[in-house]
Ligand binder design. Structure first.
Ligand SMILES: NC(=O)c1ccc[n+]([C@@H]2O[C@H](COP(=O)([O-])OP(=O)(O)OC[C@H]3O[C@@H](n4cnc5c(N)ncnc54)[C@H](O)[C@@H]3O)[C@@H](O)[C@H]2O)c1
Length: 370
């Protein structure tokens, strides 16, 4: 029986909500987190939102001793500690590879010595690259890419033989198309965990999160979390900055739903050895998201559509959730508008440093925007 659970990265956005979910369901939780500056600020203070019932260890997942110590007496592990951000990963290649790939390898070596009853790791929709498409004859298109020439001419949609393709929900069997160092590291984390889990009889599940939103997402981190980035712009009375034409579609899922799905993945043996999409199945354009957020925040600030393209960005991706529904018996419960209202309420008490221009300049300087 699982009693005590380790959550690496448990001081972060998703990990802290998962900690609450586990404690509310009667589990004991230990957190291992290095309180990275990018997420927790220069002072690296333990966040006030952390559940007081959780045991907190400050430490790095790359540090074998810290991981070994954190694993003492633990029955299950959620591996969430990671550097998160597609654009930034394209120049901080070493840091991303060290924390994400080597960090996971370190944890796995420790787990060989101290096996647990379950390992759940956080993967990402980013590994798909573009989502699935179909052509006008309903043929499935599993691999496609946009031409730079088209993008330079503001031709944003996906075409094959001159004909526009229709995006459809992406299922777990879509072949990964790894378009960034971050995506590569998440895929590596996923495979490392599943391969090692199988070899050493550690039941393992990889969860491919889509766009997660909700309270506690780091507002001053300009590298990740589109809604948090838009919120930080709006809190500073700046327009959300949107790439391309704003009609790219994504799948947003509330963090409390994600936390519940994570707990179910730990509890259900049917999830052992599986890879599962954790999304809502809904598809919203980025412009719609920016407008909805401005509305709930009572800000009359329309987004700025830049018409720029970020190298490695995809056009559309949203989840096919049928496998997850079947395996976990999970369907999301938080309505998008209600989730946004809760986020807006939380934002009222928050101060956000708007670092978006700095992050955009960093990409542009390196030729990573077109
Ligand atoms: N937020 C999303 O929409 C999303 C989508 C797909 C996948 N994911 C994945 O989910 C996981 C959690 O993401 P999040 O949004 O909560 O991110 P987050 O940045 O809020 O949390 C990550 C936590 O990991 C910690 N951390 C970073 N490096 C560490 C290290 N070397 N050692 C120990 N701790 C370290 C940070 O201090 C932070 O508290 C990540 O693995 C991420 O790749 C998130």
């Amino acid at each position: 029986m699982i009693k005590k659970v380790l959550v690496t990265g448990g001081a972060g956005f998703i990990g802290s909500h998962l900690t609450d979910e586990l404690i509310n369901c009667g589990y004991e939780v230990r957190i291992l987190d290095n309180l990275s500056k990018q997420v927790h600020g220069k002072e690296q203070k333990k966040p006030t939102y952390l559940n007081p019932k959780a045991e907190f260890h400050i430490g790095d997942v790359r540090d074998k001793q810290a991981v070994q110590y954190a694993l003492n007496g633990v029955d299950a592990v959620f591996h969430f500690a990671a550097m998160v951000g597609v654009g930034q990963s394209m120049y901080q290649i070493r840091d991303y590879t060290e924390v994400n790939n080597v960090g996971t390898a370190t944890l796995l070596e420790c787990l060989i010595e101290k096996p647990v009853k379950k390992l759940v790791m956080a993967s990402s929709m980013s590994i798909y690259g573009e989502g699935l498409y179909k052509d006008s004859n309903a043929n499935l298109i599993t691999e496609c890419e946009r031409e730079l020439e088209d993008l330079k001419n503001d031709k944003w949609e996906m075409y094959k033989n001159g004909k526009e393709l229709q995006p459809i929900p992406t299922s777990e069997d879509k072949k990964p198309t790894l378009a960034s160092v971050y995506a590569l590291s998440k895929y590596d984390q996923e495979r490392l965990s599943l391969i090692t889990g199988k070899a050493y009889n550690i039941p393992t599940t990889a969860l491919r999160f889509f766009n997660v939103y909700g309270t506690r997402q780091a507002l001053s981190n300009p590298y990740t979390g589109v809604l948090a980035i838009f919120a930080s712009r709006l809190l500073n009375n700046n327009p959300p900055m949107i790439f391309e034409d704003g009609n790219q579609k994504r799948d947003f899922i509330h963090v409390k739903d994600v936390a519940r799905a994570c707990r179910l993945a730990m509890e259900k043996p049917e999830a052992d050895g599986e890879v599962l999409n954790i999304g809502s199945g809904n598809q919203y354009t980025i412009t719609y998201i920016a407008n909805q957020l401005a509305e709930v925040m009572n800000k009359d600030i329309p987004p700025e559509i830049t018409g720029n393209y970020r190298i490695g960005d995809i056009r559309h991706c949203f989840a096919n959730t049928s496998k997850t529904e079947k395996v976990l018996g999970f369907t999301p419960e938080v309505d998008f508008k209600e989730g946004l209202l809760e986020l807006a309420q939380w934002l009222k008490g928050e101060i956000a440093e708007d670092n978006v221009n700095k992050a955009s300049d960093e990409l542009a300087e390196r030729g990573l925007t077109v």
